[in-house]
Design a protein around this ligand. Structure first.
Ligand SMILES: Nc1nc2c(ncn2[C@@H]2O[C@H](COP(=O)(O)O[C@H]3[C@@H](O)[C@H](n4cnc5c(=O)[nH]c(N)nc54)O[C@@H]3COP(=O)(O)O)[C@@H](O)[C@H]2O)c(=O)[nH]1
Length: 912
């Protein structure tokens, strides 16, 4: 704005300059005046000094006369001394007392003290020459001085006369006679002329100077008056420029300086172009700027509040554990920190085509209780900010809530709760709108660019958090899954081993504190592996799942069943005695034994159950488990499909089992093993046609250990592989020895454990042994159990084929006890079936065993296989077998297993 006071400022400045110039004139006039006054003073001083010097000349002459006369009269030497001092001072030979002039008479006081300080030493005539006397005046003075000096000579002569004791009267007369007075008059005359001359000269000077002084005085007064007038004009001009008093100006300036622009200044019409007018104008500008600044500040504060809310929002994202918690925090933070009046988050309820409130905070949230917001644009409440935002897919900013047509449906609410603007910002998950974030402000136009940006940023953060929650949910589900897998068996859904331990411990704790008994039961399916191996794991799994359901149905409240893996299940039953436990075990056996329909298969299984009782058999879960296992093991050993309680004897057996396994590890290197041979006889010829190699083991600690005990232990521990290989080599070597000894050729049957059979490269290993020992393969027969083929029939068939290709025979041992598949049997390259001795044992008396043995023999024949019956002890058994056309027999009826020497002897006897 162009200042309205420029022209008056110019005038005021001119006046100021004029004042300044005049002030200089005043000063100059004053200085001139001072100078003239000084000159007057100087002129007066000159006159005074001149008179003084003239007077000194006169006075000194008078004083000399007085001193000389007094001396002449009194003869007092002091006067002569004074006389001389006056002369010396006047001539410049002695220092002049200060303020000398006309006071010679008191140069020395009565007490000899000098009253004045000593001044300069300068002759009187020199002083006169330096005192600006006119030349003629100086000439007169010099004449007067000359006359005085003449009188001094006379006076000295008179004093000398007195001093010499001459004529005193004469001396006195010399100082008082006419000559003397004439001399005096010759002194005084020029002095008087000089005085007159000095007087005239200096008076004239003073008069002249006084004229100058008057002129200076007048100049000073005139210029001072002009200055006053100018100052008065300047002030008038200043007042006109200011348009107010300086006090008023100061007050207003102070007020404006304090930043108070609130009160507008009143300006008279003639003061529009004054400083006051300009100030009023400026005040308006400042007030406007102040209002803008305040508005900007308010905006900044609003933004800063929103930034704070954004920051809180981010914290909420970090700290919230669920969507609901996050939404609650966001709404609360936007109101508490972001300065919004109210905020809510709604989620789309697609089923009912409406918005359901997920979280809300602030004044008026109660209105959300009966919220009427729709996404359907055909209804009025579907055309509000949220509906419009949903339809456009964009945020909707309603800047004047109480007047906007789109909020007409809610104007009543807006008026009641003071909402002046609102927004609807879509919340998206994977790009799809899932809800809205709706902040409300009590200010109109609250959503300016920055606020919008911030709210959008906040919304993006919320969406980011939702994504994280999704990820978190997936992670939690994975965690839950991991937790589940860590504690539950996937196949059956039963607790697994770790969960069993955990819960069993708790149940045990309860039993301990309540002093109640408890039973831990271990159930293991009999020959389940065969089902798995022959029918596949899917069938096995289905059977286990069904079994788990059956077992669970037996459970009482608070009891538990867990699957340890495979076909092993554990029951923990609270507060049961052994009789009740037996009932449960029987029930379980019964349930387990009922048939299972899996796909096309109708299956039957049995189970073995071992039971340990708390507190008799153990005080902790581990011990009870171990003892239930021992009991179950005993059931297995005793023929399966039964249950047993743990006994001390079982404990001993378990300990023995451990002892056996440990001792087995060193059996070969300590040469504790040997092989015996049991003859196999042809029923057609009655001759020994083969021998079965059977392993024997005895140790100093354990004595002789039965293969029925140590072979399973060797199989469990994996030691069967090196031990079996050793037996094979021993048997093959023995067969070679007997061949070499010329004994009738026979086939050496060597038992091959299923574990051995599954060793990699078995055929080549066997071939290697045969090769190394030099036995033709046709003299070796490997006795395999049915189990070798059931797990991996194709692999077993391949191994058998390779063995067969190498010329090695194979037979199936213990036939009838396993889970043989006839279809597989046809593919096996076996040439003999060995009927298990359990069928042979009772064939004389048990019709069922007879039927089984008969069926096996017939089936074998139909498959082109040879049969051998083992465990033949009696002639009745032999006869039955012969009737059934069994090919060969083996058993105590012929011979027990023999040491090689005994076997050789038997063979020799047969040869004889
Ligand atoms: N993998 C290997 N298994 C082996 C080896 N040595 C033996 N065994 C297996 O151990 C089980 C027990 O064997 P063993 O105690 O030697 O018993 C055998 C015979 O002594 C016994 N038998 C023979 N005739 C009769 C009889 O008339 N009555 C009767 N009560 N027992 C008799 O039968 C066993 C022979 O069984 P099998 O092998 O099925 O023909 C046993 O399963 C052996 O296989 C070995 O080195 N490796």
């Amino acid at each position: 704005m162009k200042s309205p006071v420029h022209s008056s400022q110019r005038h005021f400045a001119s006046y100021l300059w004029a004042c300044f110039g005049t002030l200089l004139l005043v000063a100059a006039a004053f200085m001139f005046y001072v100078w003239t006054e000084k000159r007057i003073d100087e002129a007066n001083e000159l006159r005074y000094n001149s008179h003084n010097l003239v007077d000194e000349l006169r006075q000194s002459s008078d004083d000399l006369s007085r001193m000389a006369r007094t001396y002449v009269i009194t003869g007092e030497p002091q006067y002569r001394k004074n006389f001389q001092e006056i002369v010396d001072i006047r001539e410049g030979r002695a220092p002049r007392p200060s303020n000398y002039e006309n006071v010679y008479w008191d140069l020395v006081l009565g007490n000899g003290q000098r009253p004045r300080k000593v001044g300069v030493t300068v002759p009187l005539m020199q002083l006169m020459r330096e005192s600006r006397f006119a030349p003629e005046e100086l000439a007169l003075l010099a004449a007067a001085k000359n006359e005085s000096d003449k009188l001094v000579g006379l006076e000295i002569a008179a004093m000398d006369m007195r001093a010499a004791g001459g004529d005193v009267q004469r001396a006195i007369a010399m100082l008082h006679d006419e000559i003397y007075h004439r001399g005096k008059a010759d002194i005084m005359r020029p002095i008087g002329e000089v005085n007159d001359s000095v007087d005239r000269r200096t008076r004239l000077l003073v008069t002249e100077t006084e004229v100058d002084a008057n002129l200076a005085r007048f100049s000073f007064m005139f210029s001072a008056i002009v200055l006053v007038l100018l100052v008065w004009r300047a002030k008038r001009q200043l007042d006109a420029s200011l348009g107010c008093s300086v006090d008023q100006l100061q007050t207003v300036m102070e007020r404006l300086g304090r930043g108070d622009f609130s009160e507008p200044l009143k300006v008279a019409s003639n003061a529009q172009n004054s400083v006051w007018g300009w100030l009023a104008h400026t005040q308006q500008g400042l007030a406007r700027l102040d209002a803008e600044r305040k508005e900007a500040l308010e905006r900044t504060q609003r933004l800063s509040r929103l930034y704070s809310a954004l920051s809180q929002c981010n914290q909420a994202i970090v700290r919230s554990h669920s969507e609901a918690e996050l939404f609650e925090r966001i709404c609360r933070d936007v109101v508490t920190y972001g300065g919004m009046a109210m905020a809510w988050i709604g989620l789309i309820d697609r089923e009912h085509d409406r918005i359901s409130v997920a979280a809300a905070y602030g004044g008026g949230v109660e209105y959300l209780d009966d919220l009427e917001v729709s996404l359907d644009s055909s209804v009025p409440h579907g055309r509000g900010p949220i509906g419009l935002s949903y339809q456009s897919g964009q945020p909707y900013w309603c800047q004047d809530y109480q007047h906007a047509p789109e909020t007409a449906h809610w104007h009543g609410h807006g008026a009641r709760y003071g909402w002046a603007s609102s927004a609807a910002i879509p919340l998206r998950r994977d790009g799809e709108i899932i809800g809205f974030f709706a902040p409300y402000s009590s200010a109109v136009n609250a959503f300016d660019h920055e606020v919008r940006e911030l709210l959008l940023e906040m919304t993006l953060d919320i969406e980011f958090a939702l994504k994280n929650f999704d990820r978190e949910t997936i992670r939690q589900q994975a965690d839950q899954r991991v937790q589940y897998l860590a504690h539950y068996d996937v196949l059956t859904g039963l607790p697994n081993r770790s969960q069993l331990h955990e819960r069993a411990r708790l149940l045990l704790e309860q039993a301990r504190s309540r002093r109640t008994p408890m039973a831990l039961m271990m159930l293991d399916l009999d020959h389940f592996k065969d089902i798995n191996d022959s029918l596949g794991h899917t069938v096995g799994d289905a059977l286990l799942s069904e079994l788990a359901l059956r077992l669970t149905s037996c459970l009482r409240d608070g009891d538990m069943v867990a699957r340890l893996g495979g076909d092993e299940f554990i029951f923990v039953m609270r507060n049961v005695n052994s009789a009740e436990t037996s009932d449960i075990a029987r029930k379980l056996l019964d349930l387990t034994g009922q048939s299972y329909t899996v796909g096309l298969h109708d299956l039957k299984v049995s189970a073995s159950i071992g039971i340990a009782m708390y507190p008799e058999d153990g005080l902790d879960v581990e011990t009870l488990l171990q003892r239930a296992d021992a009991a179950m093991y005993q059931v297995k050993r005793a023929g399966r499909h039964d249950f047993r309680f743990f006994t001390a004897a079982m404990q001993q057996r378990a300990a023995r089992h451990l002892q056996v396994v440990n001792a087995l590890r060193y059996a070969l290197e300590r040469e504790q093993m040997h092989v015996v041979y049991q003859p196999q006889v042809s029923l057609k010829t009655g001759r020994i046609i083969g021998a079965e190699a059977l392993l024997r083991w005895s140790t100093p600690e354990l004595g002789a250990v039965s293969p029925a005990e140590f072979i399973p232990a060797a199989e469990e521990s994996g030691l069967i592989v090196p031990i079996g290989e050793w037996v094979l080599r021993q048997a093959v070597r023995q067969a070679r020895t007997w061949l070499d000894a010329g004994l009738p050729p026979l086939v050496m049957a060597v038992n091959l454990s299923a574990i051995q059979f599954r060793t990699a490269n078995l055929p080549s290993q066997v071939a290697q042994v045969l090769y190394e020992e030099g036995l033709p393969p046709e003299y070796l027969e490997l006795e395999l159990t049915e189990g070798v083929a059931v797990q991996d029939p194709q692999g077993a068939i391949a191994t058998m084929n390779q063995l067969h290709d190498r010329g090695i025979r194979m037979s199936i041992d213990d036939f009838g006890t396993g889970f043989s598949s006839l279809s597989h049997l046809k593919k096996f390259k076996v040439y003999k079936l060995k009927i298990d001795q359990s069928f042979v044992r009772d064939i004389s008396t048990d019709s069922e065993d007879k039927a089984i043995v008969s069926a096996i023999i017939n089936m074998a024949r139909s498959l082109g296989l040879t049969t051998i019956a083992e465990g033949v002890e009696t002639v009745e058994q032999l006869e039955f077998l012969r009737e059934q056309s069994c090919d060969e027999i083996q058993g105590y009826h012929i011979s027990k297993p023999l040491r090689p020497a005994d076997f050789e002897a038997l063979l020799s006897r047969q040869r004889d």
